[in-house]
Design a protein around this ligand. Structure first.
Ligand code: ZN
Length: 680
């Protein structure tokens, strides 16, 4: 599971005062270009130079492996994405006509969005981008460039390519949503993702996977995680993603670089991790994947760590198929002391949580938590990324072996730095006293919220016997995120945190309560277009929590939506009562999860987490628009250059930051393309 940036960036800009950031140096800037609703940022790999040559070499090889999966994600996100990207890129680099014209400029922006989202649907909202350039322009431009550079199939003309692909780009009715979550729809037939073949219905896919599951199996593999489910002669079959199967062109490159990395593994355990991952990519065996996950959880002694694989299931409306992602990182030893305090006390938190004793873990095993420095982001973590990750996702492995939880310190730091003084808090926070509270405590509590969510929240609680991971189906992700957030919210206010020296005093948590409720009731909808519902799991979870406590606290006037000069503000009248409500909801959400209560999950999510009040939405959008802030941010990766001796041995690795967004994307498309344009 990952903890997305959205929550924290809401706080950002309010809290630059005490963020320990180093001054920007001559050739490094945290912020880069803006386009559409996006601002590009850069992150700094502090401490890389101090690593040993062996560690630098390891990171170099692992970051190559991390970059090779990009095209897999493009194809997972939609069957036409690789072709569309290639068509756009060719016009972008080779078009000799009017490059200052409105059409070319609009196409450039569209391409930047496609790069950013790894496809033609918005990375967060999942809706298809609407091109602002004309079909005529694009067709003529494609006819004017060298046809050999276009993704033509055997015997296909450029005109035919346009006829085939243009409806996907230009017709808003065709593939309108990447992931459709609308209750009542056939979620597969109405979603454009490429995890299921043509004509596979939701009922068929659910039946297919339900049949594979044995409720008595206490160690079930993640059925369906690493394959596309297609219909062949009317029968459903899985096409596995392996070095010899679907996506083999990219996966064999990943394996090549993993093999290079192997001799430089930081620990013996890590060498085992790499070997198991290679074997899994070669065979597609999900039992091997579980063995890899277990080995990965056990590898905690080393400084360098990585993930590389089919991991999160947010991109599949049924929550089964894993999108490909990768990150390479190393431990930030100073900041990790904070998270270690939490994990050392994991059992205390479990024992004192407000959930029913039947749903508590008797023994919290091996929850490790650390703050890491990201060295490279790949696949579904690039360019839009998470600020925290907790893996593996398999529930039985988490129960038996624990999980590794990380917060990515240098990315959080970059967000903070980039948002310095953007005016957001001044506009949306009710009064100066609250604003000062947030300025004083916001960063400490935001980091802690992330730590609690990742280290303890996701790792807490247990399922009743016989309840499977997917019993909440489409609502599973939202309920799981709500559970982790509520765990964090409940404990942020606990005196235990002051006692552990994690919060400075008993007031600090209020800053986080305020910004959380403000976000959930008011400001997070800046990411939603008028008239649309909330779709994304993390956003649904925040709306669910905020609206639930608002409603339950109405009689006691715990939270108000106050009006001042015609503007709406969140006013929290009773922070202690609010904590009580968080505890109540945590208990209920844990019950829903532990019992696999689908109807309960549906009532909570549909009742509190989906709908947007149209009038309030309009007001928030207008106020936000005046601030001119890009609602989404993502990162340009650093570039690693290996210096070698005459035998080809790496003698040093240098990291540089100067590459521009379009340069990086074009380089990745050129140097890390291992897949055909059509993957069937
Ligand atoms: Zn999470």
């Amino acid at each position: 599971m990952k903890f997305k940036f959205v929550f924290s960036m809401i706080l950002i800009g309010l809290m630059a005062a005490c963020t320990p950031n180093k001054p920007e140096t001559d050739n490094f800037s945290y912020t880069d270009e803006k386009f559409a609703d996006i601002q590009m940022l850069r992150y700094k790999v502090e401490g890389f130079e101090q690593l040993s040559l062996k560690q630098k070499t390891l990171i170099y090889y692992l970051q190559e492996a991390a970059l090779w999966g990009r095209d897999i994600l493009f194809d997972q996100n939609g069957a036409y994405n690789l072709r569309i990207r290639k068509m756009l890129e060719t016009v972008y680099t080779d078009f000799q006509g009017d490059r200052n014209g409105e059409d070319f400029k609009a196409m450039t922006e569209y391409l930047k969005c496609v790069w950013f989202s790894n496809g033609i649907h918005h990375h967060y909202g999942c809706n298809k981008f609407i091109p602002k350039f004309s079909e005529t322009f694009f067709r003529e431009a494609l006819l004017a460039v060298d046809a050999q550079k276009l993704p033509l199939q055997e015997g296909q003309s450029v005109e035919q390519l346009c006829d085939e692909v243009f409806p996907v780009i230009f017709n808003p009715e065709v593939m309108p949503m990447r992931v459709n979550q609308k209750d009542g729809d056939d979620l597969l037939l109405t979603s454009a993702e490429n995890y299921y073949g043509q004509g596979v219905t939701q009922a068929e896919a659910e039946a297919f996977y339900n049949k594979q599951r044995d409720p008595k199996d206490e160690q079930p593999v993640m059925y369906g995680l690493n394959s596309r489910l297609v219909k062949k002669n009317g029968k459903l079959v899985e096409k596995k993603w392996t070095t010899e199967g679907l996506y083999g062109g990219a996966l064999s490159k990943i394996v090549f670089w993993l093999e290079k990395a192997l001799p430089y593994a930081d620990t013996e355990e890590q060498a085992d991790v790499i070997k198991k991952l290679i074997s899994y990519y070669q065979t597609g065996d999900l039992k091997t994947f579980d063995e890899y996950c277990i080995a990965w959880v056990k590898d905690i002694q080393g400084r360098v760590d990585f993930t590389n694989g089919f991991t999160e299931v947010y991109g599949d409306p049924l929550g089964i198929k894993g999108s490909w992602e990768a990150i390479v990182n190393f431990k930030d030893t100073v900041a990790t002391e904070r998270t270690e305090k939490l994990s050392q006390n994991a059992q205390w938190f479990e024992d004192h949580s407000p959930v029913d004793a039947r749903f508590k873990k008797e023994e919290c095993k091996g929850i490790t938590a650390k703050v890491i420095t990201a060295a490279i982001l790949g696949g579904d973590l690039y360019p839009s990324t998470a600020i925290g990750i907790n893996l593996p996702n398999s529930n039985w492995i988490r129960k038996e072996y624990g999980s590794k939880s990380v917060t990515i310190g240098n990315l959080t730091g970059a967000y903070n730095k980039a948002a310095h003084g953007n005016g957001f808090g001044e506009e949306f926070v009710i009064d100066n006293a609250t604003l000062q509270l947030i300025k004083k405590y916001g960063d400490v509590c935001d980091d802690l919220h992330t730590d609690l969510h990742e280290c303890l929240g996701h790792g807490s609680g247990k399922m009743l016997p016989g309840v499977t991971d997917d019993s909440l189906r489409a609502y599973g992700s939202t309920i799981e995120e709500a559970r982790a957030d509520l765990f964090a919210l409940y404990y942020l206010a606990d005196p235990k945190l002051v006692e552990l020296g994690l919060t400075p005093d008993a007031e600090a948590y209020k800053s986080n309560y305020y910004t959380y409720i403000m976000n959930g009731l008011l400001t997070q909808v800046v990411r939603i277009k008028p008239g649309h519902n909330i779709e994304e799991a993390h956003m649904r979870n925040r709306a669910l929590i905020a609206h639930w406590v608002y409603e339950k606290g109405k009689e006691q006037n715990t939270i108000e939506l106050a009006k001042k000069d015609g503007k709406t503000y969140v006013k929290i009248n009773d922070y202690e009562a609010l904590r009580g409500l968080f505890g109540e909801l945590l208990a209920e959400i844990q019950r829903v999860k532990s019992e696999g209560d689908f109807q309960g999950a549906r009532a909570l999510v549909e009742g509190y987490g989906v709908k947007v009040d149209a009038t309030l939405h309009q007001e928030v959008l207008e106020r936000y628009a005046k601030l001119n802030i890009s609602p989404y941010k993502g990162f340009i990766n650093p570039v690693y250059v290996a210096e070698t001796d005459n035998e080809g041995n790496i003698t040093d690795v240098k990291v540089t930051y100067g590459e521009k967004y379009d340069e990086q994307m074009l380089r990745y498309s050129r140097d890390y393309s291992g897949l055909p344009f059509i993957n069937e």
